[in-house]
Design a protein around this ligand. Structure first.
Ligand SMILES: Cc1ncc(C[n+]2csc(CCOP(=O)(O)OP(=O)(O)O)c2C)c(N)n1
Length: 315
């Protein structure tokens, strides 16, 4: 059942990231990592509305997207701890978790590039005359300012390609609030010059996101061209490994913790008698256990061997 899946995915993402944060603080994670604590509903809601054959491009803050698309947290944790058993054999790290076998391509370090590649897969889909497959790209509010994103939207619109653009608007690009870099912060209006429909949803309401995503997929798969979905949310965690939160107040962060998408979904499920508190707690506990086991699996896995260093590396 969709609601159950979204409940589990949001918990796996939250617990996974809390654990990654802890491992990072202990110096066990190399490179960097971007956490999306508070944004879990965006990935869970949109990806639940997609079909397994759809191509999904994630962001640098993409753990929740990889989980919702179906990557096992065990292999994700091994990837983050740079182990041979990692989903990319420990060579990609947090930002490059990807699994083409399940049509999840992860992030590109260059903001905006994923939108361009997403248009490429949609074009391939069209050329191969594949009927019921769309390409989805997640990107942030900051990335919506990138020229590459606009170029991708333009071509997708001109060629009427099956692309769903999903803007996860967490109101900051690193330490910059969107109002400092956007004259008009209504990101949905950015679809207008391309003749694309757009919809804005509460990005902390997983059900609203799910229903809007179902409709968006229907539109995009019908062959009418791309669509933009804007999901307004907030990043509780810092931007990346070091973030003193000097650009925002404690009160602002606290007020968004109150709007936690997991808390809100829990209240909805209980008030509507869809699940009992016990059932929900049991599933949450199972997710926490799964993350613990994933960490044990990762720590017990070997590090990649030196001989394998140059394999799978393209430049
Ligand atoms: C082309 C490019 N410019 C700058 C960066 C550095 N950078 C990495 S993440 C980031 C902020 C992106 O903000 P947003 O798109 O809103 O996503 P969020 O980090 O808020 O999830 C920046 C500027 C980059 N990776 N690529």
């Amino acid at each position: 059942m969709i609601m159950w899946q979204m409940w589990i995915d949001m918990h796996l993402a939250r617990y996974f990231e809390e654990r990654v944060q802890w491992l990072f603080s202990k110096g066990l994670v190399h490179g960097t990592t971007h956490l999306g604590i508070g944004e879990e509903a965006t990935a869970a809601g949109t990806i639940a509305a997609m079909k397994s054959q759809d191509y999904v491009f994630g962001t640098h803050r993409g753990h929740s997207q990889a989980i919702a698309k179906g990557i096992d947290v065990k292999y994700m944790m091994a990837e983050i701890l740079a182990r041979e058993t990692g989903v990319c054999k420990g060579k990609g790290g947090s930002m490059h978790i990807a699994d083409p076998d399940i049509h999840y391509f992860g992030a590109d370090g260059v903001l905006g590039a994923s939108a361009v590649m997403c248009v490429g897969t949609a074009l391939a889909t069209r050329k191969r005359k594949e009927e019921d497959r769309i390409s989805v790209v997640f990107f942030g509010d900051g990335t919506s300012n990138e020229g590459a994103t606009w170029e991708a939207m333009n071509l997708a619109a001109v060629w009427e390609l099956p692309v769903l653009f999903v803007c996860v608007n967490n109101t900051y690009g690193m330490s910059t609030p969107i109002q400092d870099v956007m004259k008009d912060t209504d990101i949905a209006k950015r679809a207008y010059p391309f003749g694309m429909p757009a919809k804005t949803v509460d990005g902390n309401n997983v059900l609203e996101i799910y229903h809007a995503s179902v409709e968006a997929r229907k539109y995009v798969a019908s062959g009418k061209g791309p669509m933009l979905l804007v999901e307004n949310t907030y990043r509780i965690s810092g931007h990346s490994k070091s973030d003193g939160n000097l650009y925002r107040t404690k009160e602002e962060i606290e007020s968004w913790k109150e709007k936690c998408p997991i808390k809100a979904f829990r209240m909805y499920l209980i008030e509507n008698e869809l699940f009992t508190e016990e059932e929900l707690d049991k599933a949450a506990k199972a997710a926490a256990d799964e993350i613990e086991q994933a960490e044990e699996f990762a720590k017990a896995s070997p590090e990649p061997s030196f001989d394998d260093l140059m394999n799978d590396v393209y430049a």
